[in-house]
Design a protein around this ligand. Sequence first.
Ligand SMILES: [Ca+2]
Ligand SMILES: [Ca+2]
Length: 317
Amino acid sequence: MGKLTVICLVWLLLFAVTLILIDEQLSVNELEQTSNGAQRQERDNGTSQSSGFVALQVNGNLTDDFWERGVNDLPVLTVAVSYVVENVGNVSADVITVEIALDSVYYSTETVYDLLPNSEFAESISFSVEYDQSKTVEIEASCDDVTDFWSHTVDAVLPRHFSLGVSKFFVTPDEQCVQSVYGEIASDIFFVHWIAIRDWVGRNIDYVDDEDVHGVGEFWQLGRETLESRTGDCEDFAILLCSLLRADEWSIEDVYVVIGQNDVGNYHAWVKVKIPFVGWYNIEPQLDGWNTLVGDLVALHGYTAIYNFNDQYFTEL
Ligand SMILES: [Ca+2]
Ligand SMILES: [Ca+2]
C-alpha cells in the first residue's frame, strides 16, 4: 500500500467519524426541542386549567331549635339549619347539585344554575329529632367533578328538670303506653273514673328517689318511662296521673300537674282536678284508696302552688 493511499484512508475515516458526530448532535438537539415543546405544552395546559375554574364551599349552622310534640305524642326537638353554597372559583358554575341526607338517608335535592364567581346560594331546612336521640345532617354540593361537603350532628337531649318551655311535653295522653294502661284501667272501672285512675297510680308505682335510679338529684320521667320502670318520685307520679286523666278525656281546662313549695323551701308535685259540682281538688298521686278526701289534704298541707301545667297549658301562678 502506497503512502498516499494510507493518507487517503485516514482522511476518509476522519470524515466518516465527523459525519456520525454531527448526526448525533442533531438528534440530541431534536430531542431537546421536542422535550422543551412538551414542557411548554404542559405549562400551557396548566395555565389554561388555572385560568378558569369552579370551586365550591359549603357551610351551615343551626339557626333555631325548639321542643314540640311528635306524632307519637313524645317530645321531639325541631331544628332549623341554614346553609350556604359558595362558588369560590373564577368562572360561573353552570349546574350545582346540592344533596341533603339525614343519617345517611336521602332527604332532598336542590339544583342551582349559573352561580357566578364569589357569589352564594343560601337555603334552610328543618327537621325533627326524637328526644334523647341524635341525627346527622349532611349537605353535599357538586358541579361536574368539583365537590364540597358539610355535616352537623344534632343531639336532642331532653331537659330532665323543671323547664318553662318543655314541662308540658312530659304530659303525654296519646302516647301508646299511656293509652294501653288507660285501656286496662278503664275496662275495670265500675265507680268514679278519676278515683280509679289515681288508685291505679298509687298502687302500681313505687316511690324511688331520682338519685337512686338516675344518679342525679332531679330527673323527670315521661309517662311511658314511669310505666316501664314502675318507679318514680313526686313529679313522675304527677306527670303520669295527669297523662292518664287526660287520656280519660278530662278537659284541658280541668286537670293539671302542680309544682309547689312549702315553708321550708321543699318542692313538691301533685295533680289538681276540677270535679263537677265540687270544684278544684288536689290529689296526692302517691296515695290511693281511703286517702282520697282526707289523706290528700294532709299530705299537701303547707304547700303553695307555683306552676300549673298539662299537655297544652303552662301557667305561672
Ligand atoms: Ca324529682
Ligand atoms: Ca323523677
